[in-house]
Unconditional design. Structure first.
Length: 120
């Protein structure tokens, strides 16, 4: 039968880290660095590499429109500015699609012949 003090000592030994192993790992890392081998840590992080450059645009919105955009941004868990950017991009895509797939007839005027030597 073990006493309460023995149980506490056992818990303390289990909870303590192994300082010898930590020191051995530090020595290995120092040796790798001395040979010119770079450690895996710290991993470098390049901020903003996935983001596209932006242009500042001033817009005026009514309070009602601002609330609508802010609510949509909140529901998507993004910033207001990102939501406005998404709205603008979506509007541009729809405008391009509408231009390419317009049902109204277009008048195409041709000036001159594309084949200059055709009749000769």
């Amino acid at each position: 039968m073990e006493t309460y003090a023995q149980r506490l000592q056992k818990r303390k030994e289990d909870a303590m880290s192994n300082y010898d192993m930590d020191e051995i790992e530090r020595l290995r890392e120092r040796e790798k660095r001395s040979r010119g081998i770079k450690p895996d840590w710290p991993k470098s992080v390049e901020l903003g590499k996935d983001e596209t450059p932006h242009t500042a645009v001033d817009i005026e919105l009514s309070d009602n429109d601002f609330r609508k955009v802010a609510l949509q941004a909140h529901e998507r868990d993004i910033t207001f500015n990102k939501m406005v950017g998404l709205i603008l991009k979506d509007g541009l895509v729809k405008a391009e699609y509408r231009f390419e797939h317009d049902t109204r007839p277009q008048l195409l005027n041709e000036i001159g012949s594309p084949f200059k030597n055709e009749g000769k």
